[in-house]
Ligand binder design. Structure first.
Ligand SMILES: Nc1ncnc2c1ncn2[C@@H]1O[C@H](COP(=O)(O)OP(=O)(O)OP(=O)(O)O)[C@@H](O)[C@H]1O
Length: 514
């Protein structure tokens, strides 16, 4: 009950005053006007069909409304999971933003409802599945097909940007296909409204600092890895990666781990397959920020403290972000033959039918959520998930250390690093001592090194001698917040107020096994 009240307050959703079932009539609350009403439905009003997809905090199920026969994609989010993972602001943002958007290339929100366990968003259902599946099942798309899909994405993205919104998670998994094969952009949980945006958001729902790290590793632009604030250029970079993926079958900076992907992005280590046309290469180059060539400079390499060698990136120079906006992109020779005005009436390319899913019997439990496992690592947000769980797999170890690295792109600590050294994990910990506990900034670097900094005096303290051998350096976790670092000389006990004891263990062991 408390959870329900909390969500009601947080989401500020109230009983409909206007409009009927499934209508797009206007609904008023204390703070905002909703077009997609909050209904009093329950999940029993729907026949639940196949699982359409899984997100990091949702399951999306094809659902038929029993009384009307209308089909929806029901995005189901577990309240406890969302509260635990601090995703309330993402849910609010998606609900409010989708409610105000109106474009043929953007998924529409029909209505919402909730029960004690879950929040439900009834979305228009994209029967054609993800563009990602079309690419992977066919190996790659032809340039003609990629050109059509890219043109539709660009038209929708131009609209999103014109509304003062940065999507921040453009990727083939979030580009859905309607039953007749047109594109719809989905997943607006990571959206960032710019200051000029005319979109109404609830107080405190502009989810976090402008430079918070969200998105999916392979599509993240270098400036985000450098903690720069979000700009429209972030989406244009992701668009460039997406077009590359349509044409080649994989993302341009694909590598064995997120850590290596980030290294490739920062170094702009980009290679084109030889079958890419000149037009395709040029377009992708310009979306992936090769503005140096246009300026008459081949490129600018720079060496900065701890950041290694990287390209000077200027997201505002990307094709589509300049003063003439999208016009320059639409004029690009890759899009020769595209009828931009009638793109949504143009017949889409033929595609493979979506794979038939094994049907799931959702009716064996009262709570449909109980049948679902929430999680997955396709997309993540800044917070490290599931702090109390013991991360076990090697991919989790890598993911944790790379997330921590993003977490710590904070220039304050650069002075304690050597040239080329990067932070893998950093926390303010309580060092538990016999007589008095001490707050220390504890830093794990990729060298690897473990060092202490006194955060009040900003002075370096001792470091723990690194060893790759567990007999000489190991971490023992007592519970989610307490752990010990054991070396032959001493045992140091710590308390992590953010409950990241297991993350410390996995990050350190991950580097021992690198
Ligand atoms: N309207 C829809 N029609 C059909 N399938 C959909 C629809 N919306 C979402 N899906 C499927 O569900 C998946 C997860 O949805 P979505 O990305 O919105 O969830 P999320 O929890 O916000 O995920 P993320 O981890 O990407 O933030 C999508 O990748 C897609 O496969």
């Amino acid at each position: 009950m408390e959870m329900e009240r909390d969500f009601e307050t947080k989401l500020q959703l109230q009983q409909p005053e206007l409009g009927g079932v499934g209508s797009k009539a206007v609904q008023r609350t204390n703070s905002i006007t909703f077009r997609a009403p909050q209904e009093q439905f329950t999940v029993n009003d729907f026949e639940l069909g196949k699982l359409l997809g899984t997100g990091s905090y949702s399951k999306v199920i094809r659902a038929k409304k029993k009384d009307t026969g209308n089909i929806y994609a029901l995005k189901i989010m577990d309240k406890k999971f969302i509260a635990k993972e601090n995703k309330v602001s993402y849910v609010k943002m998606e609900r409010i933003v989708l409610d105000q958007l109106d474009h043929p290339g953007i998924i529409s929100l029909c209505f919402t409802f909730q029960d004690a366990y879950s929040l439900y968003m009834a979305l228009e259902c994209c029967e054609g599945g993800e563009l990602f599946d079309q690419i992977t099942r066919r190996g790659r798309l032809t340039e003609k097909e990629a050109c059509f899909y890219a043109a539709e994405v660009i038209d929708a993205l131009e609209y999103i940007h014109s509304m003062g919104l940065i999507h921040r998670d453009i990727k083939p998994e979030n580009l859905l296909l309607t039953s007749d094969g047109h594109i719809k952009i989905a997943d607006f949980g990571s959206v960032k409204p710019t200051r000029e945006s005319q979109i109404t958001v609830l107080p405190n729902s502009a989810n976090e600092k402008a430079c918070t790290f969200v998105g999916t590793a392979a599509y993240i632009p270098p400036e985000v890895l450098n903690s720069s604030p979000a700009t429209f250029g972030n989406d244009l970079w992701a668009l460039g990666c997406t077009i590359y993926q349509m044409l080649s079958g994989s993302s341009p900076f694909k590598d064995a781990s997120e850590w290596l992907i980030f290294q490739r992005i920062i170094a702009r280590n980009l290679k084109f397959p030889e079958y890419f046309s000149h037009e395709a290469r040029d377009l992708i180059d310009k979306l992936l920020d090769e503005y140096g060539l246009e300026c008459g400079m081949a490129f600018v390499l720079r060496l900065e403290h701890g950041k290694g060698i990287g390209w000077d990136t200027d997201p505002s120079k990307r094709l589509g972000a300049g003063p003439d906006g999208y016009a320059s992109m639409k004029k690009h020779s890759f899009f020769k033959g595209i009828d931009w005005k009638n793109i949504w009436k143009t017949p889409p390319p033929p595609r493979l039918a979506p794979v038939q899913d094994v049907s799931v019997d959702y009716n064996t439990h009262d709570n449909p959520w109980s049948l679902m496992h929430v999680g997955g690592d396709a997309t993540y947000h800044h917070d490290i998930p599931d702090a109390n769980a013991c991360p076990a797999s090697s991919s989790e170890v890598l993911s944790i250390s790379s997330l921590a690295s993003i977490d710590s792109f904070d220039s304050r600590w650069q002075e304690f690093l050597e040239s080329g050294e990067a932070i893998v994990m950093i926390s303010k910990l309580k060092k538990i001592q016999k007589f008095s506990n001490k707050k220390v900034q504890f830093i794990l670097t990729d060298k690897p090194r473990l060092l202490f900094v006194d955060p009040s005096k900003m002075t370096a303290k001792t470091s723990i001698i690194w060893s790759d051998k567990p007999s000489e350096l190991n971490v023992q976790v007592a519970n989610s917040s307490h752990f010990k670092i054991c070396t032959p000389r001493k045992v140091i006990s710590f308390e992590d107020p953010k409950d990241r004891a297991w993350q410390w263990k996995t990050a350190i062991e991950g580097l021992q096994h690198r």
